[in-house]
Design a protein around this ligand. Structure first.
Ligand code: CA
Length: 179
């Protein structure tokens, strides 16, 4: 009986130990609630246009918001144009695991979040996307990928692809280094 109890205590200690170790290994290297809009670019501060429709790459919205006062709204009118914005590039290391995530609230067909890796010369090495699985509610889209050889930085794209049509909102973007 006593031995069992000691065993249980040991197990709990071990479990707590491993939980602590797992969370300590996660390092948030970028987080953005999309609240600050650059007065010149009209984009979230530090972000750039990836794709636009007659100058439209989306706009801040106070209608459907997950955090703070604003989300980022994209209205994609048809299946011939795409809209997208790209986060700042954050320094990253080859061989390490990174998780990019953003919350998406979509009424559209397919809304994507990309993770992309860049080399030191500013050339994009690899990009991979994830898409939403539900509509009309907030969903966290996450994609985890190992930084390939030559990686110098990592970034995220919030994207309404060419074949997509409809409206969507994005909020609370993060990039985490996992190891
Ligand atoms: Ca927000």
């Amino acid at each position: 009986m006593k031995l069992q109890r000691i065993g249980l205590v040991l197990l709990v200690v071990l479990l707590l130990g491993s939980v602590g170790a797992a969370s300590a290994a996660e390092k948030v290297i970028f987080t953005d609630g999309l609240e600050k809009i650059d007065p010149v670019t009209k984009l979230p501060q530090g972000w750039t246009i990836f794709s636009q429709n007659n100058g439209d790459a989306g706009s801040p919205s106070a209608d459907i918001v997950r955090s703070g006062k604003y989300s980022w709204f994209m209205d994609d009118p048809d299946n011939t144009v795409s809209l997208g914005i790209r986060s700042p590039r954050i320094p990253a290391e080859a061989g390490k695991l990174y998780r990019a995530s953003a919350y998406v609230y979509t009424m559209a067909v397919t809304t994507n979040v990309y993770i992309e890796f860049w080399d030191a010369a500013g050339k994009r090495i690899v990009a991979e996307a994830v898409k939403q699985s539900v509509r009309n509610e907030w969903e966290e889209l996450s994609i985890t990928k190992e930084a390939p050889a030559g990686t110098a930085s990592v970034s995220v794209i919030l994207y309404s692809q060419q074949l997509n049509k409809g409206v969507q909102y994005f909020d609370d973007v993060t990039i985490v280094q996992l190891d």
